[in-house]
Ligand binder design. Structure first.
Ligand code: NAD
Ligand code: DAU
Length: 352
């Protein structure tokens, strides 16, 4: 038995692969194009691990995906690969349309061809697990109920529109062709290996460098935050026991404003790495708002708990402490990401 993971060198994908091989011996084949967001250093712990195979390649490359399915005959495909940063989708939506929509379409078609040739027993057990986001549901007012799986799709950014499109493709491939799919829509993740363009890691690395902590708008936008290994355990639970054709919302039951997040990060840094110049909160700077900035996301994660018994293991207090500590303990990772040296890792480590 083997699983094929796309986007496994990114933030969530790498945490998922590392966790998977900690909790099981089932081999993993990782397919990742190593865009700016892909960092093989995240998977360095697996360099000599025979259970892990890394393949550099594009999910839009049908011939490559066909070859990997034929060669490794995975029992499941777990699809993380995506362009994931909302701000980048605003300045350059093209890559999002290509990877998130065309890439998902390519994987679905390759998966369908492969799956059609399996025995009835293997067909029933096969899974296409699509990893998606809560952003497809749009923005909530302060008093609205959290997103449930039956909320209408109202994506507002090029990123969320491309993810919504991919969710619809996955749904259609199940309804039309019977492909056994499951989709998870998750809230904001945080934790180790988070690329420092996203709120939490950006605030940590900027604070440590004495740089401004840019808050978009009034800082009162609300997100639900989930520690990344809890997302990994939720995906494992859905892959194992989720009902085919269903979607499951995954969240941390932890709604916070961006300002509260940044104050929490500053307080932890004040404790763990005090700065003679004073509290890191002095670096908080209000900047121009993100265009079309969604005001509030919140997740109703009762379905996954009711059906599969999943709940997050970390509280925000425990998860954010681990996260800040990880960035303090891994300055070389941060430095190589910031200098761009992480992109040489494939050459150094895999072709030497
Ligand atoms: P990321 O940007 O950190 O990683 C994306 C990975 O995909 C990178 O390794 C990149 O190299 C790879 N990739 C991009 N284009 C590719 C292509 N054409 N072919 C092959 N590989 C390609 O993203 P992330 O934050 O780890 O998110 C992973 C998935 O989870 C995405 O689908 C995202 O929409 C979803 N998601 C993210 C969050 C979050 O908070 N980060 C929350 C919910 C859902
Ligand atoms: O909700 C899930 C989504 O969470 C995922 O699908 C996306 O892939 C992931 O990037 C994330 O999207 P957000 O836009 O919520 O995350 P980001 O870290 O970019 O921003 C979080 C909030 O912080 C948002 O309200 C914008 C704000 N922000 C962000 C940055 C980078 C700032 O105020 N300042 C910043 O510098």
């Amino acid at each position: 038995m083997t699983i094929l993971v796309t986007g496994g060198a990114g933030f969530i994908g790498s945490n998922f692969v590392l966790d998977w091989l900690k909790t099981s011996d089932e081999p993993v084949v990782t397919l990742d194009a190593l865009t700016y967001a892909g960092n093989l250093e995240n998977l360095a712990a697996l360099k000599n691990d025979a259970r892990h195979t890394f393949v550099k390649g594009d999910i839009c490359d049908r011939a490559l995906v066909d070859q990997l399915l034929n060669q490794h005959r995975p029992r499941a495909l777990v699809h993380f690969a995506a362009e994931s940063h909302v701000d980048r989708s605003i300045s350059g939506p093209g890559a999002f349309m290509r990877t998130n929509i065309e890439g998902t379409y390519t994987l679905l078609e390759a998966a369908r061809a492969h799956w059609s040739g399996l025995s009835e027993e293997d067909k029933a057990a096969w899974r296409f697990h699509h990893v998606s986001t809560d952003e497809v549901y749009g923005s909530l007012t302060p008093e609205a109920a959290p997103f449930s799986e039956t909320n209408t799709y109202e994506p507002n950014s090029p990123y969320s529109a491309s993810k919504a499109a991919s969710d619809h493709l996955v749904r259609a491939w199940h309804h039309t062709y019977g492909l056994p799919v499951v989709t998870t829509n998750c809230s904001n993740n945080y934790g180790p290996f988070h690329f420092p363009e996203k709120l939490i890691p950006l605030m940590i690395v900027n604070a440590l460098a004495g740089k401004a902590l840019p808050i978009y708008g009034d800082g009162k936008n609300v997100r639900d935050w989930l520690y990344v290994t809890d997302h990994a355990s939720a995906i494992r639970a859905v892959l194992k026991g989720g009902r085919v054709g269903e979607t499951y919302n995954i969240g941390g039951w932890n709604e916070m404003t961006n300002l509260d997040i940044v104050h929490t990060v500053c307080a932890l840094l004040d404790e763990l790495r005090p700065d003679a110049a004073g509290s890191y909160t002095r670096l908080i700077t209000y900047v121009k708002d993100r265009p079309g900035h969604d005001r509030r996301y919140a997740i109703d994660a009762r379905k996954v708990e009711r059906e599969l018994g999943w709940r997050p293991a970390e509280t925000f207090a425990t998860g954010i402490r681990k996260t800040v500590q990880w960035y303090l303990d891994n300055p070389e990772w941060v430095a190589r990401v910031q200098s761009g040296a992480y992109r040489d890792w494939v050459t150094q480590q895999y072709q030497a």
